[in-house]
Write a protein that binds this ligand. Structure first.
Ligand code: DAH
Length: 340
């Protein structure tokens, strides 16, 4: 019996050393130390022995049990150490490797040109005003001398909201708010988002940007208007531009104009950008209609002014030769990264 026990001990110890998984180790434990295991069987058979034999075998049984338990524990600890080593290996970081390239942010081209225009007008003594994007009919239309039957009021163009409110269709209502709040004399610009209920394509968006401008003083003339517009466009395009005025109709100015610039791409020779006319339509403007001054409580006998509505989105597209308006609001990094 003692020989069998010693043999069991040495075979068990070598099985433990050879076990390569926690499951294999557990199987050895159950088979040898378990309640129905080999050592339990020896212990049961001990009843048949003489007292002296029983004492000797009992002692040996305990030694074997202890040594098997110790070997199991040691092997388990080895497994844990191996697992930890694997994890550390997987998580290993070389803190001395230089970091990957950074991706610097950039201002959106619309913000960029808007800021340039703000800086320029600020230096000319203009105030920068903000107005609400959700407007009322009065500021968006009535106060600007746009009668209820004017096509600009057509449901097609305006996003109407509940309670007679709407998404402003232009930045002109900020003129009205400026006149109401600050009175004459007044020099202001109002950059911002405007909304039109249009179907979207390469040259139309439902959301785009304008910069409204207004100057009210004594004796303001078309000459003043041309001076400020030429200064504006020269600064934006960073070169001398040639402008011309054509008559244009807007209910809030009289006379009203369309200001064109000589095409910067072909210098007036004619090309696809200017549709072979040599001129690009850029900026509607005019002398403020006396009715608009009066609606905001300004005495039109004493004061006069000019106003303009610059299509900021259009200007950005021309300056950077962007051929599809949808890029601007796409959020596409391939587009935006070009401005970094
Ligand atoms: N508000 C006009 C529009 O969005 C643009 C405009 C035209 C503004 C003439 C003006 C102006 O101030 O004088 O179509």
């Amino acid at each position: 019996m003692e020989t069998a026990l010693t043999a069991l001990e040495s075979s068990t110890l070598s099985r433990i050393r050879e076990a390569v998984t926690a499951e294999a180790l557990e199987a050895v434990r159950v088979e040898v130390l378990g309640r129905k295991g080999q050592l339990a069987a020896v212990s049961r058979d001990m009843g048949k022995l003489t007292p002296e034999e029983r004492a000797r075998v009992g002692k040996l049984l305990n030694t074997v049990k202890t040594s098997v338990e110790a070997a199991l524990e040691a092997r388990r600890a080895e497994f844990e150490a191996q697992a930890l080593a694997l994890r550390l290996d997987a998580e290993w970081l070389d803190m001395t490797v230089p970091a990957g390239g950074t991706r610097p942010g950039a201002l959106h081209p619309v913000s960029r040109i808007q800021q340039e225009i703000e800086d320029l007008f600020h230096s000319l003594g203009f105030t920068i005003l903000d107005g609400p994007e959700v407007e009322d009919e009065y500021h968006n239309f009535d106060a600007l001398n746009i009668p209820p039957d004017h096509p600009a009021r057509d449901m097609q163009d305006t996003f109407w909201l509940e309670g007679g409110l709407l998404l402003r269709t232009h930045t002109s209502p900020v003129q009205v708010r400026g006149m109401e709040r600050l009175g004459p004399p007044l020099r202001m610009i109002a950059p911002g988002r405007v909304f039109r209920n249009e179907s979207v394509d390469a040259s139309h968006e439902h959301t785009f940007y304008q910069v409204e401008g207004m100057m009210i003083d004594r004796d303001v003339s078309v000459a003043n208007l041309i001076f400020f517009m030429t200064t504006l466009l020269t600064a934006v395009f960073k070169r001398q531009v040639t402008v011309r005025l054509r008559p244009g109709f807007f209910p809030f100015v009289e006379p009203g104009f369309e200001l064109d610039i000589r095409c910067l791409i072909c210098a007036g020779e004619g090309c696809p950008v200017c549709k072979h006319s040599g001129w690009v339509e850029l900026l509607p403007c005019g002398l403020v209609n006396p009715r608009v001054l009066q609606a905001s409580g300004i005495d039109s006998e004493q004061w006069g002014g000019f106003a303009f509505g610059l299509g900021l989105t259009r200007l950005v597209m021309m300056r950077y030769a962007i051929d599809d308006i949808r890029w601007l609001q796409s959020g596409d990094l391939r587009f935006l990264e070009q401005f970094a």
